[in-house]
Ligand binder design. Structure first.
Ligand code: SF4
Length: 494
């Protein structure tokens, strides 16, 4: 726990100045965000400060900071230890240097990592939910505890998308809306499940890295493709086993006999008629309303999308397979003497092709990407000349990480970054009741570049300074790039 200079009152309360709330904290108590406490008159950050260690990740010996207060940073190879901002604390107001500005020699080059727990009023999450099921109309509000926390945005391939949080819901509505939005973002970022109700739509439970639950039903499969793509992939495997196949999809329903794949294989016309808007041969839009039935439509009976068969082409005994884009639904029909489809058991030769669709589906997951703008005032904690930090990030002289995890920095102005929350250590995110989300942020660059961009050189300290019983060494995740890896920033001296 790192103590900082603090203002005290006559009744022994201390004032936390780590965010604009400026809590007075009585002895033994926590501040409003549960991140800082008054411990024997000292203001301390209560969570351990997290380091990532590559030696541990590779099966090396664990050095327990907590049990080795006499530990000296030089024991570890500096190149194998990365100081994250998780638990590092925040300095406020922003012109104060970041809590830790740590130097290390990596492959003969002096590097520096500037770490701070950024306080983000401009932040949110983009949620990708792998499901065909219709969750709600685009732009519909997403409600948590009766408060609007975001909206449904444009769908992606096999996934429904939500955009949650943002400055409007955090600051522009009622106090409760801001609090519930902040709670929702915090829970999602820290890997907890959140139940949401979509206006004119469904109820969905989202948890990063876990399957979504739609109306109480666990989603297991992400579609193999749209209806047209499914025809394209499996056409050859159906050939000769059935006379026509319809892949029911809310977006693009595919028909084998009319589709280019069927034409190429010589599948003859079947006289089938699909209700809906024909886009190109064998590809139909709007065959039904969106819903939670077959292929993300609202239908439970696939025959609902068929018109009468053309008597000039169709014939009694014509065999038709109707299947959904996940293989979850499938039905087999043969035409009777009046050319009406009569459902029959799926013949043996078709069982494997239908199972093949399901086999090719990936597991359905919910993905949560945290998005925030680091191009604002927190840059002053890094440098006295903030725009130089922005330029340095854009010029790939500075590598940005979030709790040691790789981020995507958006092109254009500012330092707007996105990170997959499952790539950070557990509970890396916090909040302050302004309301805003607290997220760890690290800037890694050459020491000489840091000096050049107006860095707080008098606050640079070597890794070996960071001793103490409240530092936690965690194994670096091997699927995350090592922040000091060559190529992230230009390394050559000079
Ligand atoms: S909310 Fe937390 S960080 Fe902000 S002043 Fe209170 S204790 Fe400090």
């Amino acid at each position: 726990m790192d103590a900082t200079e603090t203002e005290r009152t006559a009744d022994d309360k201390i004032r936390c100045d780590a965010c604009p709330v400026m809590c007075y904290i009585k002895p033994g108590a926590l501040g409003a965000c549960d991140r800082y406490a008054n411990v024997e008159g000292n203001l301390v950050r209560v969570d351990p400060h997290v380091m990532l260690n590559r030696t541990i990740a590779k099966g090396g010996e664990v050095v327990r900071f907590a049990e080795a207060p006499e530990w000296n940073g030089d024991i570890l190879n500096q190149a194998e230890t990365f100081v994250t901002a998780i638990g590092a604390g925040t300095t406020y107001p922003d012109y104060k240097p970041a809590p830790f500005i740590v130097s290390a020699e990596i492959d003969g080059v002096d590097m520096v990592t500037v770490v701070t727990e950024g306080i983000f009023s401009y932040c949110g999450v983009k949620v990708k939910i792998d499901t065909d099921r219709f969750l709600g109309p685009e732009t519909s509000a997403v409600q948590v505890e009766g408060e609007t926390v975001g909206h449904v945005t444009t769908g992606e391939y096999g996934s429904q998308m939500l955009s949650l949080g943002g400055v409007k819901h955090l600051t522009g509505g009622s106090k409760k809306e801001g609090r519930v939005t902040c709670d929702t973002l915090l829970s999602l970022c820290n890997g907890k499940a959140v139940e949401m109700k979509i206006d004119d739509g469904e109820t969905v439970v989202v948890q990063a890295g876990k399957p979504p639950i739609v109306n109480g039903i666990l989603e297991t499969r992400m579609r193999v493709g749209c209806g047209s793509a499914t025809i394209g992939i499996f056409a050859k495997q159906w050939q000769g086993k059935v006379d026509d196949v319809v892949v029911v999809d809310d977006h693009i329903t595919g028909v084998l006999s009319e589709h280019q794949a069927g034409k190429f294989l010589g599948v003859p016309p079947s006289g089938i008629k699909i209700k809906g808007r024909r886009s190109t041969p064998g590809r139909y839009f709007q065959v039904a309303e969106p819903g939670t039935g077959w292929g993300g439509t609202n239908i439970d009976d696939p025959l609902a999308i068929l018109g009468p068969f053309d008597p000039k082409v169709a014939y009694p005994g014509l065999r038709i397979l109707m299947v959904s884009t996940t293989g979850e639904h499938a039905a087999y029909y043969e035409l009777d003497q009046t050319l009406r489809p009569i459902q029959k058991d799926l013949p043996n030769p078709l069982i494997e092709p239908v199972e093949r669709i399901a086999e090719n589906c990936e597991p359905a997951l919910s993905t949560v990407l945290f998005v925030a703008g680091a191009g604002g005032s927190l840059r002053a904690g890094v440098t006295e000349n903030p725009v130089r930090l922005t330029r340095s990030v854009k010029d790939a002289l500075t590598y940005v990480t979030c709790g040691g995890a790789p981020v995507y920095v958006w092109p254009g102005g500012g330092i707007t970054f996105m990170v997959d929350v499952t790539r950070l250590p557990a509970n890396a995110f916090g909040y302050v009741p302004t309301p805003a989300i607290v997220a760890p942020l690290e800037f890694t660059l050459k020491l000489s570049d840091y000096k050049e961009l107006g860095g707080h050189m008098d606050c640079v300290q070597p890794l070996s300074n960071l001793t103490g019983s409240t530092r936690l060494s965690l194994p670096h995740r091997q699927d995350n790039p090592w922040p000091f890896a060559p190529g992230h920033v230009q390394r050559s001296n000079g």
